[in-house]
Ligand binder design. Sequence first.
Ligand code: AMP
Length: 454
Amino acid sequence: MTKFSELGLSECIVRAVTEHGYTIPTPIQQQAIPAVIKGGDLLAGAQTGTGKTAGFTLPILERLSKSPNAPKNKTDRRPIRTLVLTPTRELAAQIEESVRTYGKYTNLNSGVIFGGVGINPQIKLLKNGVDILVATPGRLLDHKQQGTIDLSHVEILVLDEADRMLDMGFIHDIKKVLAILPAKRQNLLFSATFSEEIKTLAERLLNNPAMIEVARRNSTVEIISQKVHPVDRDKKHPLLAHLIKTEGWNQVLVFTRTKHGANKLVEQLIKDGINSMAIHGNKSQSARTKALAEFKDGSLTVLVATDIAARGIDIDQLPHVVNFDLPNVPEDYVHRIGRTGRAGATGEAVSLVCVDEFKLLADIEKLIKRQLPQEIIDGFIPDPHAKAQPIQLRSFQGQGQGQGRGGNGGGGGGGNRQSRPAQGAPREGNAPRTSIKPAVKQSTPRRSGGRGGA
Ligand code: AMP
């Protein structure tokens, strides 16, 4: 089996990785690390959960620390030589944390900038200089506009989760950033999916790239147990509370479709005595950071998140993911369940599905090429005569995720996303289904004592 030390990494980097607890490189790391060290461009098809962050961070640290421009100590002023662009603040923060962890025995330093927080500490950070800067596009351009950032020494550019950045309407911002970077540089593009838009971007950006594709976790790794609980629309909350209590779940990431839905669910769960917090684009950055920290350290039982806010949340061994609402975009299902069962750990992903969501479920099953097992929980048998209602898309509700620019320069808006109804999502006015899906198996209930939504 290949080891980190066999991939061309220096001893000081291997030491940091080993101390962090990794012994075997993941498939993306095995391929990406030597390719990036060689110096060429890279096009990688990999989603969160595959180990892609270390896949680009480690070889970048290697290259920067070995180059003639390498700093002699940690504190000297230095120009930005690597720029990592990410769609969300959480992902940016986590990548920068990884850079610091893996780079702790090198002389390299790093910094992170994103919107939704004060700009002045970032100005100071940029003034002192960092070797590796992780940024969301909006705030980066704010700094450019204010003249507080110099990108003229960038040698390596990483576009992480490029598909998500395009989904969020960042393409113009990305083009603006590309225009101000030095022409000669190494480009690494990571994307979970390859739409025509991504291919066009890749063609424009990359020069004879090495290509790596690692399998989607859900198609190859069967360590995530997936299950659907059919339930009535208004019984989802009591069912969730029931599952948390009877199953003794103590660390549950719950996805809702909208910010309003997230807030409402948190209120309901707190009334049930279940310690819960929400994380979404309308929350202040400090509230988001606090919720995430408490969830990570185990003091918060339930974190309710919208899709964008949850992007890149990286929690080792997260045991339970619940889709309180199914996502409008089938690919988001894969991203959501990828929060659990990461890097070899087992995990459980449960979806609470009501009559309105059967079309979404069918789209997901088509994407993942398998039918998800269904189990009706005793006391929560769905009404067979329930009529489907159209699903409110966040785009019609002004429920953008606030990762774009705006507000104080990068935290607020997300407006671009709102104007683009998700591909494959049901439009309002679609003929609703009128009866429960016949495929629902009423498996012998293995649980009893359900509250029946009382
Ligand atoms: P990423 O795809 O970069 O978000 O990483 C997914 C998860 O895998 C994170 O929780 C990492 O800490 C973990 N991870 C990354 N590389 C390895 C490795 N070589 N061995 C074990 N866990 C890893």
